[in-house]
Design a protein around this ligand. Structure first.
Ligand code: NDP
Length: 446
């Protein structure tokens, strides 16, 4: 490591102890930015990096609620308002037992650069709770969401901070959160994205992250004169991002052979499409069941636990969670002939895994670029809310496609300009950073 990276990382680790995911996210960005800082002493003078790594505001609060048996439960709620140089804070809410401040800071930090890459006027933020929606009744989820919003409502607003969904927060949760905000404020405002289509949501928002990830992968494949047609694709997760990544791969002629959840993974040589994909959608979004039921129904392989990356595939789309691809997983994927990886999830590859991909010339699209379609269409939902209009499915899909193509161009251009051609990690970090850094300089020391 160089002096520059060392100094920043020592400071980050000292100031943010016991937050390894945050350290990991910052380290990747700082390493990418070395040549930028060397060329732009004004960023160093204005202490842009030192300011960027410190959230503008962190809100932590108690969420008490009553379960179906009448017992009082207490969870912890968070909103990290990280950076508003480019626009109001924007980023999802995650409900998962693993949520803590360090996880949300890693996600919020990533969000700054991702939002910048979309070219939309969006700052970066993230929030959530250690509440686990699994095995909770709809009433329990509603009471929790109401409790969560009873505090969050005073910190957000259509021009201040506009949360969205993430792991554990889908259409059901967004509805309950929105209802409580409206009641408390007596105002029908676009303070959340991912809303229902009848009450201010945008077409294609549900599909956007998964579709966007495949659109980015398609652009990367084109640089080697390849397409999805006929390719074998491994996808992890089976939630929102994985579901629509699978649908788009099917539409482009690829074959999705695996999906997973936290209990295990399936391998379906027939391809997860048609009635099989419909079954998965019902299983995960309505019956809220386990992936094994898919294997039981269609008589395909089910394996307990991790191991999804042992499945042979040309393309891998990790769409579950952070650090789900280890160095060994990456080596296995490469050994099995995988030549393209696009991250639907946030930071699913460890730094060692990324090194394996880059050393083996695998086309590697980092999450900041590959999963930016979700926040991109969230930005489009905000525009439609402000204008009080709704665009058609085709219009939103075309805009999403444009955003992903532009992210691809911005990333390769920045990588080339700063001396690492073909490296989308450096390219996305640099392209995302430059806009934010310039805006911070313009706005003075605030
Ligand atoms: P969902 O909650 O809809 O789905 C998450 C999926 O990942 C589930 O199948 C879940 O299984 C699985 N999973 C979670 N933890 C693990 C684990 N430790 N091991 C194996 N599987 C696991 O979330 P999303 O699809 O919305 O989000 C997935 C990823 O995409 C996250 O990293 C998120 O930050 C990122 N993302 C999401 C966006 C969005 O618009 N939703 C936008 C940009 C990024 P189980 O149900 O068993 O827990």
């Amino acid at each position: 490591m160089s002096n520059f990276v060392d100094t920043i990382m020592a400071h980050v680790k000292n100031m943010n102890q016991a937050e390894p995911e945050f350290h990991q996210a910052v380290q990747e960005v700082v390493e990418s930015l070395e040549p930028v800082i060397a060329k732009h002493p004004e960023f160093k003078e204005a202490k842009i990096l030192e300011r960027l790594i410190e959230p503008e505001r962190v809100i932590m609060f108690r969420v008490p609620w009553v379960d179906d048996r009448g017992n009082v439960q207490v969870n912890r709620g968070f909103r990290v308002e990280f950076n508003s140089a480019l626009g109001p804070y924007k980023g999802g809410l995650r409900f998962h037992p693993s949520v803590n401040l360090g996880i949300l800071k890693f996600l919020g930090f990533e969000q700054i650069f991702k939002n910048s890459l979309t070219t939309l006027p969006l700052g970066g933020g993230k929030g959530g709770s250690d509440f686990d929606p699994h095995q909770k009744s709809d009433d329990e989820v509603m009471r929790f969401c109401q409790g969560f919003m009873s505090e969050l409502f005073r910190h957000i607003g259509p021009n201040t901070d506009i949360p969205a969904g993430d792991m554990g927060v889908g259409g059901r949760e967004i509805g309950f959160l929105f209802g409580q905000y409206k009641k408390l404020r007596n105002a029908f405002e676009g303070i959340l994205t991912g809303k229902g289509l009848e009450w201010g949501g945008s077409l294609i928002r549900t599909e956007a992250t998964g579709y966007g990830c495949v659109y980015l992968a398609e652009e990367m494949l084109k640089t080697q004169q390849k397409s999805f047609d006929g390719l074998r694709v491994a996808i992890s997760g089976s939630g929102n991002v994985a579901q629509y990544a699978a649908q788009k791969v099917n539409q482009l002629g690829g074959k999705v052979v695996t999906l997973s959840d936290s209990s295990g993974f399936i391998v379906d040589e027939e391809g997860i499409s048609g009635e099989r994909w419909d079954f998965l959608m019902d299983l995960k979004n309505f019956r809220r069941g386990r992936i094994k039921e898919y294997a039981d129904k269609f008589k395909c392989e089910f394996h307990e636990g991790i191991g999804v990356w042992n499945t042979k595939a040309d393309v891998a789309l990790p769409c579950a969670t952070q650090n789900e691809i280890s160095e060994e997983d990456a080596q296995t994927l490469v050994k099995n002939g995988c030549f393209c990886v696009a991250e639907g999830a946030n930071m699913p590859s460890t730094p060692e895994a990324i090194e394996v991909f880059l050393n083996n010339k695998v086309l590697f699209g980092p999450g900041k670029a590959a999963n930016a379609g979700g926040v991109g269409v969230s930005g489009l939902e905000m525009s439609q809310n402000s204008m009080r209009i709704s665009w058609t499915r085709e219009e939103v899909d075309a805009k999403l496609h444009r955003i992903m193509k532009d992210i691809h161009i911005a990333s390769i251009t920045a990588a080339e300009r700063f001396g690492s051609p073909g490296n989308y990690v450096h390219g996305a970090n640099i392209a995302g950073f430059l806009k934010v850094a310039n805006a911070m300089i313009d706005q003075g020391v605030v």
